[in-house]
Write a protein that binds this ligand. Structure first.
Ligand code: ARG
Ligand code: ZN
Length: 858
């Protein structure tokens, strides 16, 4: 492993086009779990006059042979290092043939070619292809791929790769060879190969131009029925992209393979998506409403990548947000159209405020287009993805839906088949709309969360309402100097007899706007969260309640309620007095619960106070104990004072036989909220038991379990034991049990975690299992994770160190909750720092972990 001091980050500023490119690739895989042979033939072409040195990337490969234009090279004619294969005397055009041996069975990092249970599977993004063969492993090298898969047909009846299947032949030794051609040139990160014994659910989609596309979902034996929802979601996504962007699918088949061992959600390999099985397999017994929502959104996401990512790809990995920010924005639009627009927006806002703002405030702060990277896998972040989507959304807001569409059309017209930059994207938007977006481009290079402070005043004589905006972005770990940004700010003025809506563009450090209005209005600032900023606009409880009741935008109504709670918590934290829920708030709850109507999912969201993480993000240092206490006081008072109201509301919402339909999803969400408060008293055992036993779906069952967990209700043990019995064999459902157990806010939990890992279904090799236990612990159990004795931190430390040699990507994800030690009070900061320093002192850390630890401690 590389010496710590030698590790060098790559810089965007150093980008150079490659000396050589590869136009055509032909691969022959002879698959065996422990010794797979790969022969790879490349057509290489010089891109720079006089270039003679070819440097291919490669890691953990056993090189067997090198042939140049048919001639075997001797080891003296090339050099092999840990990371490269170098050939010095390259002609301007050549055919290079390599042979390597791989051991997929030993690949626990789940990058490159690996085994998921007994199936072969690949993950190449970002830089995994170099673990399959030596290659120019960078997205600006785009080649046409032909793939031959040779394997035992009994064990691996399905042999899949990108593009179209062009041949299948029996070999004399009893094996079969299946050949695939992908007609679209692509970077190697979009390469995929899958071999296994699956059940296949098939369907069809006829595109807008009348071509029939065969849709194929490959899943574990016996699970085809559980892929039906995903198949239908795919059809909806295909139709939506045609209607919304005029974009049609371009191959004859679209394959999705569900695998159990996967580091992320899913991967958009051309024509052959690979999915974490948890985002494909679902039915009412085994998946919740939220799972179904996520499946639809991820199916959409990967499908939308076919244009935003595959047809037009990234020039280099610093441009990742070009495809991810844009594709997240597209999947959010899709979800908004398929389910509830307000709810999906609220979801996105919560992600930004809790996780993305926290990333900006921590040691890994980076712009949506990072300027330097040691390990690319560390930059698949909420900043690149979700803040990236907010940046695209701001363009959409500024240009309007029609202008945005024109920009998209121009982007595809100019760049189809190319590997391009974020700047190219903005230029297309700019040129299609005749708008100067130069100031807007700063969003791509500047990290950090802008603070937007607003002062309002009313001039009774002039009948004018004035808003003064000031923006400021504080220095971040990666970047000292900040400049002002262009912020689209949606506002609404609520007066007795009128409502005014405006889209303001704030671009100066300080800027004011005046509005003619007869009386002093209540102002809604940043409706729909129109820019990813932290807003400071002090309003009274009564003003906030006016917004809650009268704003036109649901997101703004919800936001005002969040603001109200945040203000109350802040007062309590400052004064060390117990938090008192104001009578007006109790009255509002009472009124809304009395006759639950309208969008009940929105109502449930409106009535849910902010999470610990969301509040914590607003403090420096984070007053952990005071926040937990304030949240507990809110819970108790809402539970006690409204006990009859929760019960009454719950009883009004009589469940219908399960269907995944919006009104039902909404009613279940509100019922879950009622149960949560009903359980809080520690009583209501009969009602909870009855709710659990009569549920005909997993959503309602989990609502009971979560309510019992949040209240540490005596029923929790009994019911989770029943649940474990019932779902023992079904790991995806069992993951919910692991997470429930790990997030129980009692002292014993920290001792229970090692026992959970002894469960017969637990495996350190399977990221879903590890995440179910330890992500749930670190993210959903603040009481125990942040316990004053530091045990929670130590537990996570041990897990991270154990995982690093097995799966560095997973280890580096799990370490995140420990990194921002500087944001905590002295005592906890010291404990965290000690835990981090011990880790950094370890020999042989992966680049993934090393990059995060060293930044955190520097
Ligand atoms: N492109 C994939 C997606 O967002 C994610 C791939 C992540 N890969 C990684 N090594 N982190 O759809
Ligand atoms: Zn993506």
């Amino acid at each position: 492993m590389t010496q710590n001091t030698l590790r060098q980050a790559k810089r965007l500023a150093d980008y150079q086009a490659p000396d050589f490119t590869i136009t055509d690739v032909e691969l022959w895989f002879e698959l065996e779990p422990a010794t797979t042979l790969l022969t790879a033939r490349y057509q290489l072409k010089s891109q720079r006059k006089g270039a003679t040195e070819l440097v291919l990337d490669g890691q953990q490969l056993e090189l067997l042979s090198v042939k140049l234009n048919g001639q075997q090279l001797t080891p003296a004619q090339y050099q092999v290092t840990d990371d490269h294969l170098r050939i010095d005397q390259m002609p301007a055009q050549a055919e290079l043939e390599l042979q390597v041996r791989l051991n997929p069975a030993a690949n626990t990092a789940l990058e490159g070619l690996y085994l998921s249970d007994s199936a072969f599977c690949t993950q190449c993004e970002a830089e995994g292809f170099r673990r399959i063969c030596y290659y120019l492993d960078r997205p600006d090298v785009m080649a046409r791929f032909t793939t031959h898969i040779i394997a035992n047909q009994q064990r691996y009846p399905a042999l899949l790769s990108n593009g179209n299947k062009v041949a299948e032949q029996q070999l004399p030794d009893g094996r079969v060879q299946v050949s695939w051609v992908d007609p679209f040139p692509k970077p190697c990160y979009l390469f995929a190969l899958v071999a296994g014994d699956f059940d296949c659910l098939t369907g069809q989609y006829v595109t807008q131009s009348g071509r029939t596309v065969s849709l194929e979902f490959y899943v574990d034996k016996g699970n085809a029925a559980r892929a039906e929802f995903a198949l239908e979601a795919l059809k909806r996504a295909m139709c939506w992209d045609e209607q919304t962007y005029g974009l049609e699918y371009d191959l004859d088949s679209y394959m999705v393979v569900a695998v159990d061992f996967f580091n992320m959600g899913a991967m958009e390999n051309k024509g052959l998506n690979v999915f974490n099985s948890k985002y494909v397999l679902a039915d009412q017994q085994s998946a919740t409403d939220t799972d179904l929502y996520n499946i639809e959104s991820i199916i959409g996401h990967e499908y939308f990548h076919n244009w935003t990512g595959n047809r037009v790809t990234c020039r280099d990995w610093f441009q990742l947000s070009l495809k991810e920010g844009l594709t997240v924005f597209r999947d959010q639009q899709f979800s908004a159209d398929m389910a509830s627009a307000t709810l999906s927006r609220i979801d996105a806002v919560k992600t930004i405020r809790t996780h993305q703002f926290a990333e900006d405030a921590g040691p890994m702060a980076h712009p949506i287009r990072p300027a330097q990277v040691l390990e690319m896998n560390n930059f698949y972040t909420v900043t690149v993805y979700d803040k990236g989507a907010e940046v695209i959304r701001m363009l959409h807001t500024l240009l309007g839906a029609a202008g945005f569409r024109q920009g998209m059309d121009l982007y595809f017209a100019r760049h189809d088949g190319q590997a391009v930059t974020c700047d190219d994207f903005v230029s297309a938007m700019q040129d299609a709309n005749g708008r100067d977006l130069s100031l807007f481009r700063r969003w791509y290079s500047q990290s950090g969360t802008p603070e937007l402070t607003v002062q309002s005043s009313f001039d009774a004589e002039q009948q004018q309402f004035k808003l003064v905006f000031s923006q400021h972005t504080a220095a971040t770990a990666d970047q000292q100097d900040k400049r002002n940004l262009l912020l689209p700010v949606r506002i609404e003025l609520l007066a007795k007899n009128e409502k005014q809506q405006h889209l303001l563009v704030v671009s100066e450090e300080q800027q004011s706007f005046s509005f003619a209005v007869a009386e002093p209005p209540v102002a809604v600032i940043l409706a729909d969260f129109s820019a990813p900023v932290r807003l400071h606009y002090p309003q009274s409880v009564s003003q906030l309640l006016t917004v809650v009741q009268h704003a036109s935008d649901g997101v703004a109504r919800w936001d005002a309620m969040q603001q109200l709670w945040s203000d109350l918590v802040r007062q309590a934290v400052r004064s060390s007095e117990p938090l008192q829920v104001p009578a007006e708030v109790v009255a509002l709850y009472r009124a809304l619960l009395a006759t639950p109507e309208g969008d009940l999912a929105f109502l449930a969201e409106l009535l849910t106070p902010p999470s610990f993480d969301l509040l914590a993000e607003q403090y420096q240092p984070v007053p952990v104990d005071a926040l937990l206490q304030a949240l507990q006081q809110i819970r108790r008072q809402l539970a006690d004072e409204l006990a009859a109201d929760w019960l009454n509301c719950y009883q009004q919402l009589i469940p219908a036989p399960y269907a995944y339909r919006q009104e039902q999803v909404a009613a279940r969400a509100l019922r879950a909220l009622c149960l949560d408060y009903l359980a809080q008293s520690g009583q209501q055992a009969e009602l909870l038991l009855q709710a659990y036993q009569s549920a005909d779906n997993l959503t309602d069952q989990l609502a009971v379990l979560k309510a019992c967990r949040n209240a540490t209700h005596p029923l929790f043990e009994t019911l989770t034991a029943q649940f474990e019995q019932r779902w023992r064999e079904d790991v995806l459902v069992l993951d919910k049990w692991f997470a429930l157990k790990a997030s129980l806010p009692t002292k014993d939990t920290v001792y229970l975690l090692p026992h959970l890992t002894q469960h017969p279904q637990f495996s350190w090799q399977n990221p879903n299992r590890v995440r179910a236990v330890y992500m749930a612990f670190a993210q959903q159990n603040p009481t125990i994770f942040h316990a004053a004795d530091g045990k929670g931190y130590q537990v996570l430390q041990q897990v991270v160190l154990k995982l690093d040699p097995i799966n560095p990507q997973l280890a580096a994800r799990l370490v995140t909750p420990l990194l921002s030690w500087r944001r905590f009070e002295t005592h906890r900061a010291a404990q965290l720092k000690a835990v981090l320093s011990q880790m950094l002192a370890q020999q042989g850390l992966s680049n993934d972990l090393y990059e995060k630890l060293s930044k955190s401690l520097s």
